[in-house]
Write a protein that binds this ligand. Structure first.
Ligand code: HEM
Length: 446
């Protein structure tokens, strides 16, 4: 199909237009993004260069390939980029931190930061481990494990304990289903609320979650606690800024989604890679067996292999494959004119597979991140699974602690592998997770 200009360059502006091509009528490239995004991204980059446009998820978007363009967007020096998540997440996660911009975002982030101090993190690490051990003990007793649902369930229970200080009782399935519906809804192909559809289920589930948090709120407000929900209820900046009730509930709904889906994606791909690369699994095991069953904060630095595997897994499959922004004023990226009101995308997945930065990019090779290679140093934004700039993931340390605590418990209890004919393929229709349940063969140590 013929290439066209995204928007004419106004007279007097010394910049090139963005050239691209829509893709299929109506759908654009949405089906390709859902099926296998990397080949499509590569083909577009090859044909049009680092700044191009196509149609995806019902709108035209400018895509900015490569870490140099990523840096322009995330550092946002001329304040031209607001968040662009409204069309995707807005209906379900309104007033979440990522859906705020500029001054307002800064104010809320300052309050939320109180929940992520080193002392708080120490408390969360302590709080999450007994629950993790309960799940992993059960897995160790079997010979097979459907890892994806098992990890999802562990992470949901762990979030309930760490974020809310509750053990999910009989309502767990209802809450679990509400989470899944809310988090999957933004990726609905048909983006309106016809009865029974993904979108409508998502809206209903958000209401259920809101009710669930609102019921717990008075109890959390009434006394201080060490779980994230309590901390948000009582967090106060030096200037006396605090969250109102609606803020706390909206932030909790967003935080649970932000934490749960991303960590599930990361852990499932790490668990798969460790099954496919037993040498790495043994490295993690050797390091974990040097430590006690329960990790203290100070122990985390003694798990360097888990760190390398986490970095490499999130390089190969970043849980958020692209970051989206919307221009709030006319701007330029790498000499291309982008008008105000443009939906833009920063495709981390593409950046993480550029052979200019990552030799043999498809290969699982955690040593790329080792001190003597540091391939990620090729560009500050060559590897950015947690984003960058003012919206950089606030939970990145939390995620790393949780992932390490789960793997620590697993490697100390059993070995795992996949069947020789198992073929790993990510499902891209939400945050990437392996298709199927990720069936593992479990063997006791010894
Ligand atoms: C491996 C797991 C995780 C990954 C890969 C990840 C990735 C990201 C990314 C890429 C962003 C920036 C999005 C953007 O700029 O458009 C982000 C933001 C965010 N993440 Fe995470 N995340 C993870 C875990 C978590 C956890 C565990 C929490 C909470 C405990 C969390 C809470 C948040 C919040 C609140 C934001 C919005 C920050 C802001 O707008 O200032 N994330 N995350």
């Amino acid at each position: 199909m013929a290439a066209t200009v995204f928007a004419p360059v106004p007279t007097g502006v010394q910049a090139k237009p963005v050239v691209g091509e829509r893709g299929l009528p109506v759908l654009g490239v949405t089906a390709q993004l859902l099926r296998d995004p990397l080949p499509m991204m590569r083909a577009r980059h090859e044909r049009f260069g680092p700044v191009t446009w196509y149609r995806a998820y019902g709108q035209r978007q400018v895509t900015l390939f490569g870490p140099a363009a990523t840096e322009v967007v995330l550092t946002n020096r001329d304040k031209a980029f607001g968040h662009g998540w409204e069309p995707i997440l807005g209906a379900f996660f309104r007033r979440g931190l990522l859906l705020m911009d500029f001054e307002e975002h800064l104010g809320h982030r300052r309050v939320m930061q109180q929940a992520f101090t080193a002392d708080r993190m120490r408390g969360y690490l302590e709080k999450m481990q007994p629950g993790i051990a309960r799940h992993v003990d059960r897995w160790a007793a079997g010979t097979e494990l459907a890892a994806k649902p098992a990890l999802k369930r562990l992470l949901l229970d762990s979030a309930a304990e760490t974020f809310m200080d509750i053990r999910l009782g009989p309502e767990a399935d209802r809450v679990n289903a509400a989470f899944l519906d809310t988090t999957r809804a933004p990726f609905a192909f048909l983006r309106f609320g016809f009865p029974g559809g993904r979108w409508a289920r998502g809206l209903r589930s958000r209401e259920l979650l809101r009710g669930f948090f609102q019921e717990l709120l008075p109890g959390k407000r009434s006394r201080p606690g060490t779980d994230l929900f309590s901390v948000l209820c009582h967090a106060e900046t030096d200037d006396g800024e605090r969250f109102g009730d609606d803020d706390v509930v909206n932030h909790m709904i967003f935080l649970l989604m932000a934490a749960h889906e991303t960590t599930t994606s990361t852990l499932t791909s790490m668990v798969y890679h460790l099954a496919a690369h037993p040498r790495w699994q043994e490295r993690l095991r050797a390091e974990s067996l040097e430590l006690g069953d329960t990790l203290a904060m100070e122990d985390l630095a003694r798990l360097p292999s888990a760190e390398l595997v986490m970095k490499e897994s999130t390089r190969l499959i970043p849980p958020i494959i692209e970051l989206v922004r919307r221009t709030v004023r006319d701007t330029e990226v790498l000499g291309h004119f982008i008008p105000a009101g443009t939906q833009t995308s920063v495709p981390l997945l593409f950046n993480h597979h550029m052979d200019q930065y990552w030799p043999d990019p498809a290969r699982f090779d955690p040593e790329r991140f080792s001190p003597d290679r540091r391939e990620d140093k090729g560009h500050r934004y060559a590897w950015a699974p947690f984003g960058g700039g003012v919206h950089k993931c606030i939970g990145l340390h939390f995620a790393s602690y949780q992932v390490k605590a789960v793997l620590h418990a697993m490697v100390r209890r059993f070995r795992w592998s996949v069947a020789p004919d198992y073929r790993f393929a990510p499902d891209w229709s939400g945050l990437p997770v392996p298709k199927g349940g990720l069936p593992l063969i479990v063997r006791p140590l010894g």
